[in-house]
Design a protein around this ligand. Structure first.
Ligand code: NAD
Length: 361
């Protein structure tokens, strides 16, 4: 499909602030074999491996590579880092004297490693196997009961991230598509948060290009390493954009829905993002045009909706189990946030009603 021309990204005289975060990225098919060398270069003595259920074999390989530096292993992680799981992991880290955590898995495994790093003198080496992007951010989260607390602390930012597309080849298409929707939400929202800046926007736009192209290719050939590589590259850029731009209206709505009504994190993004984009994108016209060029569309909100539909990610909150009464309840509960368009209860109800019915924006 011919792409619309991309407008010049040079910032005007408006000025901006951008914080570069420290961290090293090792990228490429087969790069899993470099974990031990990276760990050694960091001067690690005792590495605790934290692995998601689906990554047991990968964790075995890493354990073998680490040799005498291997200190212990935590298999199996839970979504949203429940406090009791975090406490047990912290106790294990203390018991084995870990100075580093090697986290293998998606946002849940990396989230657990962050919970350890937050309270112990331990660094993180992350090996992501989904596209959620947590490995590139200093954001941590922990859930007690139904309440999730999040915060930002540079101690939880992984020191090294090893991206190996081979590890994501078996990620089921359903999980892939939802995880890509999550990453795309980081890219799109990064252009309108209060901390948005032109350098972050470069990552966001290129991230959206890589993620949308990679998703279209993976839908045709799920085990294509190059396409999986595009998705991981996009996830890396999306995570970096989230790390510097932070979150805005879209993510705050998703967290309210996830926390209050237990909706699945990644899928909720696909239903809500096109609707928030419909109301917000025209407030940032140059960024909107650049994102449209990256996605290969002339209407960002519709382009996102169509991409998610083609990947069979649910695009309505109704499909995820939310009731119509809960839409009104959530709109009333939502606390106004800094946003290019003033956030009123009516606006939130409008967004959530369209997201609930899954109307094409
Ligand atoms: P996840 O880590 O829970 O993984 C989803 C499922 O996919 C799990 O069942 C997992 O076992 C499986 N899986 C993972 N990799 C696989 C692979 N390669 N092959 C087969 N199966 C695989 O989910 P997620 O979407 O990666 O992460 C979501 C969590 O991350 C949420 O709690 C979210 O809040 C958090 N998150 C945090 C940040 C941050 O910056 N702190 C950013 C994004 C997401």
């Amino acid at each position: 499909m011919p792409r619309p021309a991309e407008p010049d990204a040079t910032p005007s005289g408006a000025g901006f602030v951008h914080t570069f975060l420290p961290g090293r990225v090792v990228f490429g098919a087969g790069s899993l074999s470099r974990v031990a060398a990276e760990v050694e270069a960091l001067g690690v003595r005792r590495a605790l491996v934290v692995a998601t259920n689906s990554a047991r074999q990968t964790a075995d390989a890493v354990e073998h590579q680490l040799g005498s530096r291997f200190a212990g292993r935590i298999d199996g992680v839970a979504q949203h880092v429940p406090t009791e799981v975090a406490e047990a992991a912290r106790a294990k880290a203390r018991e084995v004297g870990a100075d580093t955590v090697v986290a293998i898995g998606g946002g849940s495994a990396i989230g657990l490693a962050k919970a350890i790093a937050l309270t112990a003198e331990a660094r993180i080496v992350a090996v992501p196997t989904t596209y959620a992007g947590s490995e590139m951010t200093p954001v941590w989260g922990e859930t007690a009961g139904r309440s999730k607390t999040t915060g930002t602390d540079v101690r939880v930012l992984p020191r090294v991230v090893v991206y190996d597309p081979e590890l994501t080849k078996d990620l089921p298409l359903k999980v892939t598509a939802a995880s890509v929707a999550n990453a795309i939400a980081h890219c799109v929202e990064a252009v309108w948060t209060p901390k948005a800046d032109p350098i972050t926007e470069l990552s966001a736009v290129e991230g959206l290009r890589a993620l949308s192209e990679g998703l279209r290719e993976v839908l045709i050939e799920p085990a294509n390493t190059d396409a999986r590589g595009k998705l991981l590259y996009g996830a890396c850029l999306a995570g970096s954009a989230l790390a510097t731009a932070g979150t805005g209206l879209h993510h705050k709505l998703c967290h309210l829905l996830g926390g209050t009504y237990n909706l699945p994190h990644a899928e909720t993004h696909a239903a809500v993002l096109p609707q928030v984009t419909r109301v917000n994108a025209s407030s940032v016209p140059p960024a909107k045009a650049r994102l449209e060029a990256a996605l290969g569309t002339t209407d960002l909100a519709q382009g996102l909706f169509d991409l998610f539909r083609s990947a069979k990610v649910p695009t309505s909150l109704r499909e995820l189990g939310l009731t119509e009464a809960q839409v009104a309840e959530a709109a009333a509960k939502f606390k106004p946030t800094d946003n290019p368009v003033p956030v009123t209860e009516d606006l939130v109800r409008d967004i959530l009603t369209s997201a609930w019915s899954g109307t094409r924006p």
